[in-house]
Write a new protein. Structure first.
Lengths: 213, 319
């Protein structure tokens, strides 16, 4: 119990440092997720439409997925040095596979008859994408983004290892100094943020899948 | 020219990597307002023939025109908006409500809300769907109901031509019969030109004013169901439609077509009555069941207009 009180007192005494860390943590997670979405959603759609691309691209990203996050961060270190940028790259790589795979599955899963009906009624390709394919792929796509978001927020703690800042700094310091209260200053907010993002995305998912209930 | 809805001129389609054409140098006229069924086994080219009309499949040779206009002379989306299209898998949009599904083409065409809403009400009524279904989603409907929505959606833009690819093929027999009857009535009422692919002989004969029998990419025969039944052009057609099935033939002829006009003679009360529109098959059934020497035919106003004995039911080479 003392550790919790200690953590609370630490936050009060160092509120500037704490909020700065939260800000860095959130922004690095947000940008990593955003970049991953911008790259992987179109890539997933292309994979779903062009079968010959599926094998190589999916293989590449699936193999990325096998590498532990910490290993990715460490591998980036000699290439890009320390700081925000390499941490962002590492986290983006981490965020990509779930989004890519779910986008691909979302688009592949659409019944061909639905697309045939849409084009048979005179919808153009872009209209089919906007009005039919995107909404139908949205539930899977969103659940991919949700997985990535939670993964990125949790893994962003590791960014502190390569000087990326964020809430991980408290954890590392807490571990190093063997101060449990300091460790909690990092760990509790991270857990909270991960849970909040899970809840937030689940809410959006429910809205999008209203028609299935 | 003006009363031909669809004209195929020397149309061929050979798919890449296929040895022989799916549709081979086919010429064909579909008159406006007619219900033409295309019958054939799978792989005979019937679906290919149909899908070339709205350019889902592009012909490798020849031209197709609708109402005198080459279908390649307009943008493909515009062409398709002007032709209704119904497929076996229905293909309703699962994330949209029934009314949103039906509104697809009006929305593309940019109709006013009020006009679209009226059109939806009219179509729901036409295909016998209760009005409170409008806000439901497709998965809440049965297969037969879904295809009713499919038909309503295809007709939303008031197209003159409807293309239908085995629309009732995945629906159970009882529901199918009802759908066939309802749709045939809609077609008669509205005078739409319908091109309807099926592999079901009975369906092709029942619905079609005229019928195309296809095999291996060529049209074997194109005529009224009765003419094809009584005079199949070759052994393939004969086998496919089982032309030697006399009951089938009797089924296609109405009582009024064979009756002998009634002279002033009195008709005994125990002589069975049949309707003018009844088929000879049901006349035969009546004759046998009631063990009567003949039946009398009455019209819609229940006036006696003719009589039929077994003699009139004898088909001379189907005639």
């Amino acid at each position: 119990m003392n550790a919790f009180v200690g953590a609370y007192e630490y936050v009060l005494a160092n509120s500037d440092r704490f909020w700065e860390a939260v800000k860095v943590h959130l922004s690095i997670s947000f940008y990593a997720l955003l970049i991953a979405i911008v790259i992987c959603v179109p890539l997933g759609i292309v994979c779903a439409k062009k079968q010959w691309l599926t094998g190589p691209i999916m293989g590449l990203f699936n193999s990325l997925r096998v590498i532990p996050s910490l290993a990715v961060l460490i591998i980036i270190l000699p290439i890009m040095g320390t700081g925000f940028a390499p941490a962002l790259v590492a986290l983006t790589l981490l965020a990509c596979p779930p989004i890519l795979i779910n986008t691909y599955m979302g688009f592949r899963g659409i019944e061909p008859a639905i697309i045939e009906a849409a084009s048979g009624l005179g919808m153009g390709e872009r209209m089919i994408m906007r009005k039919i394919e995107l909404p139908l792929a949205a539930p899977l796509l969103l659940s991919g983004i949700k997985t990535s978001a939670v993964e990125v927020i949790a893994s962003a703690t590791l960014a502190a290892f390569i000087g990326g800042g964020g809430l991980g700094t408290f954890i590392i310091n807490g571990l190093g100094m063997y101060k449990f209260s300091l460790l909690l200053v990092g760990a509790l907010p991270v857990a909270l943020l991960a849970i909040l993002s899970e809840i937030g995305f689940s809410g959006i998912e429910r809205l999008v899948t209203k028609y299935q209930r | 020219m003006s009363n031909e809805a669809i004209i195929f001129k020397q149309v061929s389609k050979t798919f890449p990597k296929a040895g022989k054409p799916s549709v081979n140098e086919t010429s064909l006229n579909i008159p406006q307002g007619s219900f033409v069924t295309i019958l054939g086994a799978s792989g005979c080219g019937k679906t290919t023939l149909l899908k070339m009309v709205n350019r889902i499949i592009e012909p490798t040779a020849g031209t197709i025109s609708i109402f005198g206009k080459d279908i390649r002379s307009m943008p493909v989306t515009e062409l398709r908006q002007s032709i209704g299209y119904v497929i076996q898998q229905v293909g309703l949009f699962p994330h949209l409500t029934i009314e949103q599904n039906i509104a697809t083409v009006p929305d593309i065409l940019g109709w006013e809300r009020k006009k679209t809403a009226e059109r939806i009400d009219y179509l729901m009524d036409l295909v016998h769907l209760p009005e409170n279904y409008k806000k439901l989603y497709p998965r809440q409907l049965s297969g037969g109901q879904q295809q009713r929505v499919g038909i309503a959606r295809a007709m939303a833009g008031d197209p003159a031509i409807l293309l239908m690819d085995e629309p009732f093929g995945a629906i159970d027999a009882i529901t199918r019969t009802k759908l066939q009857d309802d749709f045939k009535q809609i077609q008669r009422e509205l005078g739409k030109t319908v091109l309807f692919v099926t592999h079901d002989v009975e369906e092709a004969m029942k619905l079609g004013d005229r019928m195309i029998v296809m095999n291996e990419g060529t049209i074997q025969q194109y005529d009224t169901p009765l003419a094809i039944m009584s005079n199949p052009s070759n052994s393939f057609v004969s086998r496919l439609i089982q032309a030697d099935d006399l009951f089938q033939q009797l089924h296609l002829i109405r009582a009024e077509e064979r009756m002998i006009a009634l002279t002033d003679e009195a008709v005994a009360d125990d002589i069975p009555r049949v309707k003018a529109s009844e088929s000879l098959k049901s006349v035969l059934q009546t004759l046998l069941q009631q063990n009567a020497p003949y039946v009398v035919v009455e019209n819609d106003k229940q006036e006696l207009i003719g009589r039929l004995t077994l003699q009139q039911l004898k088909l001379q080479n189907g005639r």
